[in-house]
Design a protein around this ligand. Sequence first.
Ligand SMILES: [Zn+2]
Length: 414
Amino acid sequence: MSSVLKASPAVTVRQIMSSPHVTRALRFFETNADAITEEHVGICSVPASPFGEQARAEYLSRKFLELGLTEVEIDEEGNCLGLIKGSSQAPLLVVSAHLDTVFSKETDFTVVRRDNKLFAPGIADDGSGLAALITLAQAIQTEQIPIEGSILFVGTVGEEGEGNLRGVRHLFGKGRWASQIDAFLSFDGPGLDRITNRALGSRRYRVDVTGPGGHSWGDFGLPNPVHAIGRAVSRLAAYPAPKEPRTTFNVGRIEGGTSINSIPSRASIEVDLRSAAERELQRLDAFFRRAMREAVDEENATRRAGDPLLNLKVDLIGERPTGETRADSPLVELALEATRMLRFVPRLDQSSTDSNLPISLGIPAITLGAGGTSGCSHSLDEWYDPRNRDMGLKRGLLVVLGIVGLVLAADEPG
Ligand SMILES: [Zn+2]
């Protein structure tokens, strides 16, 4: 990375904090807490479902224009981009949050306030990240922070589930900025201590079992896709997943059948496999594929002579690379130092986020919490509590400025 990190992270952070522009920006996060929450409510009230992020992207692009960002656009994939250009183009840091949620387009995205909390699907994941994106851009613009490198703000599409990181894939693939990006910082969910520098690998599958189908009484003996799927889930559920390296599996969706007295012609499941280690992910993957095959073979073995066989189709619908941004890399050290400077104990962590993609390309990338707290993520009861949000924003700003650097005026300590 062509970072302008000229000094140690501790010195860099202290230098940044001594700039009067930065002092004002840090105070901005405290004095504007209510207005920031209004922005948060505003963007989360715009529906955004998987492959249905357009309205929210358009909302964000209007915000970027209002804040005076340049090169504002929605790219071919649907990502919303806007630039704050420093005194030079490089280093170019991407600051991102994801536009999508896990919720379908029928979902009610209305934000409800109760006590100190905000309730809405996606209010924390990643509404809190999007609020951070808008607020950081606003603070840098309002306080006219003299940045040296440039910041490309990006609301990405397709971070969740079947989106399969399509937004960042495009950004680093066919996107017009791809070859210029030096570092990547994503805000995903709340929190003040978490620094995600390791990418959690995953594979996601859709399994379809199809057959002739028929009458439950009259055609009894035909192989039954739902029974086969039942056998398949049972086999997978028996997998002895190791605790270390942490390895998990989940059958997250199941569907099929037409009526209680019909032998169905189709049944399917969607399965998520994850591991902190690539070799364990491969082992689980092999077990899963064999389990699906054996389950269908077993169901087929029960059929009457001459009956047609069930057909099995296993489709890979998502694959996220593993990897890490080293703990001793300038980006991670900077995040550690900024966290300590705000008197929190930093925690390095592994997760599956937009950072997986740049990490797999060797581009320094981390994911940070955007401050505040939350609960019931990925459920309709999801909530966010904005207290302490300013701490997350302060940390975020210090990391951003540490990477792009400040142009220090002659009368400022240097
Ligand atoms: Zn998220």
